[in-house]
Design a protein around this ligand. Structure first.
Ligand code: CTP
Length: 407
């Protein structure tokens, strides 16, 4: 029997007839040694009582009566952060709509919005409510946001109708909780991943430079995902204002030349991912002293082409097993990216639209197309973190068969 000792589950109970099953869930969690803290929505209090849940959990139960103006006002952030996992059971149509849209008008929804922890939701509602396009839209949004759903199951419902809408049984919810609380599999343990990120800075003179608007966010998100999957992760980054992700080996660089030297120095690697927005040109003959206005006319800058770091590594030796490029395009996005895949000799290209208004440069979300020799996959718009996770999981998969063959 897997122990959950040392783990804290924050159980948020929505107002539905299935709320009575929360008692059994609390009991099961306590049997495994978990600490269970509970929030009841106002509607949930019509179905279950704080007293019964507090006797089962051995903890104070938080209710909507503790409104956002009393002591819990300060506590809701702490409540969500102190948990290892948030479980919403039953997740009613209303509560899911609030979660999907980021509403925060009571303790339960505020806590769900404030959390930085994973969320498991067990939907329960009338079959027509479940099938309604609005609910299905919310389900899609929640999945995209990383919320894990368990159920609903098919069956006869309290309202007498039959179909999907019954909350998953407490035992099944417990199984999901146990899985989500297990340390994640580390398929990239023993593998080395090198990632370039951010802009490069090409000096004009000791105080001026040419650069671009790259925020580095996508590359840093990929680095975080690589660490999560157990890879030895080297992040070769141009100047950005982002925190260094825990667990990465950071190599700060400025120019494209520096970035190339750093990349070569990190070979051999199993995977190399090039997210950096490398300046295509550098200034030929950087001025040793600051250029003065007094010289009369503006200086003429003569530019030289920078080395293509991705192409150099993809065609170099030893070549990483998988080489991934990005293609920032403002027009003919997939066509241009397909050409880049061939021209640069990489295995995968993630193409994204960086045209004005796309919000990709500097934003937190990204919409990418994954391009390989075998075709194009259009990924839905998602968080840059989620793009990072999906990409690294895909790459781990691509490496896995070779690993097995070698064993
Ligand atoms: N790249 C690189 N070194 C360069 C230029 C680009 O490693 N000197 C990499 C980027 O990190 C990215 C991919 O090549 O993974 C494509 O970058 P992009 O700027 O879209 O392409 P360019 O080759 O610069 O082509 P263009 O600007 O003409 O579209």
């Amino acid at each position: 029997m897997t122990s959950l000792a040392g783990k804290t589950v924050l159980l948020i109970i929505g107002g539905g007839i299935a709320a009575y099953k929360a008692h059994e869930l609390v009991r099961l969690l306590k049997t495994r040694g978990a600490r269970v803290r509970i929030i009841l929505t106002r509607a949930a209090e019509e179905f279950v009582t704080p007293l019964s849940l507090s006797s089962l959990s051995g903890e104070k139960v938080y209710t909507a009566l503790f409104s956002l103006t009393d002591e819990v006002e300060m506590g809701h952030i702490q409540l969500s952060r102190a948990a290892d996992l948030l479980v919403v059971a039953p997740a009613t149509a209303d509560l899911m709509a609030k979660m999907a849209n980021g509403l925060a008008d009571d303790l339960a929804s505020t806590t769900l919005l404030a959390t930085d922890k994973r969320i498991l939701a067990a939907p329960a509602m009338n079959v027509r409510m479940w099938r309604h396009p609005a609910t299905q839209r919310n389900v899609e949004t929640l999945k995209r946001d990383g919320v894990v759903l368990v159920g609903p199951a098919d069956g006869e419902m309290a309202c007498g109708e039959f179909g999907p809408g019954r909350m998953a049984e407490p035992g099944e919810i417990l199984d999901h909780i146990i899985t989500m609380l297990q340390p994640r599999a580390q398929p990239l343990a023993g593998r080395k991943v090198v990632i370039t990120a951010g802009p490069t800075r090409e000096p004009i003179d000791p105080v001026r430079y040419i650069s671009n608007h790259s925020s580095g966010k996508q590359g840093y998100a990929i680095a975080r995902a690589a660490v999560e999957l157990g890879a030895e992760t080297v992040l070769i980054s141009g100047p950005v204002s982002l925190a260094i992700p825990p667990g990465v080996q950071m190599m700060p660089v400025e120019t494209a030349q520096d970035m190339l030297t750093a990349c070569k120095g990190e070979m051999p690697a199993d995977i190399a991912i090039f997210t950096a927005a490398v300046a295509d040109w550098r200034v030929a003959g950087v001025a040793v002293d600051k250029l003065k206005k007094s010289a009369g006319k503006p200086p003429a800058l003569s530019l030289a082409e920078n080395p293509d770091i991705l192409a150099t590594i993809a065609r170099g030796s030893p070549r990483p097993e998988i080489v991934v490029g990005f293609a920032a395009e403002t027009e003919r996005v997939t066509e241009n990216a397909m050409e880049k895949l061939k021209k640069k000799g990489c295995d995968l290209i993630l193409a994204n639209d960086v045209s004005a208004g796309s919000g990709v440069f500097g934003g937190d979300r990204n919409k990418v197309h994954l391009i390989s020799a075998s075709g194009i996959e259009n990924w839905p718009e998602m968080d840059k973190d989620e793009v990072g996770r999906r990409l690294m999981e895909r790459l781990a998969h691509m490496l896995a068969p070779q690993q097995r063959a070698a064993e």
